[in-house]
Design a protein. Structure first.
Length: 156
């Protein structure tokens, strides 16, 4: 009987060891997850601080960061150029007042009524749903238009 008691005791001890190891592994995973969250917070703060630093120093000359600030300015300019190219390919323009995307031939913004520059090279795509016509000039209106894109009249 003594043999079976020792075997039972050994199995019980090994089971306790395995249970402890499983709990430890789970706790390590939990702690590693918490570390990852804190590292992400730090990365976001570094990013925000860097952006704040750039905004505060982008116009300063004779700093060790002047070259990097210039590279950032150039990257922003390239992004603007690429966005404009996309807008031209889509046949849209952007309202300078509210930022709404408009058909390329719009003279007035359909959201705020602001007069916009007409780009003759922009091709208009006819995929917007139309809900009617302007009571002033007869222009077809887009589904959510608040103002006519041709004459600027407020839509009823």
């Amino acid at each position: 009987m003594d043999f079976f008691n020792k075997v039972g005791e050994t199995i019980t001890n090994k089971g306790k060891d395995v249970t402890k190891k499983v709990k430890d592994i789970a706790e390590i995973g939990n702690l590693n997850g918490q570390i990852s969250v804190q590292e992400e917070i730090i990365q976001n703060l570094y990013f925000e601080m860097g952006k704040m630093f750039y905004e505060d120093n982008k116009e300063k000359e004779d700093t060790p960061y002047q070259e990097k600030c210039q590279q950032i300015k150039e990257a922003y300019a390239e992004i603007d150029r690429l966005k404009t190219a996309i807008q031209n390919l889509k046949g849209i323009q952007v309202c300078p007042k509210c930022g709404a995307e408009l058909k390329g031939d719009a003279v007035f913004c359909s959201m705020c009524g602001e007069k916009v520059n007409v780009d003759p090279e922009v091709v208009v795509e006819e995929e917007e749903e139309e809900i009617g016509y302007c009571s002033n000039c007869g222009n077809k209106l887009e589904k959510e238009a608040v103002f006519c894109t041709k004459c600027g009249t407020k839509v009823k």
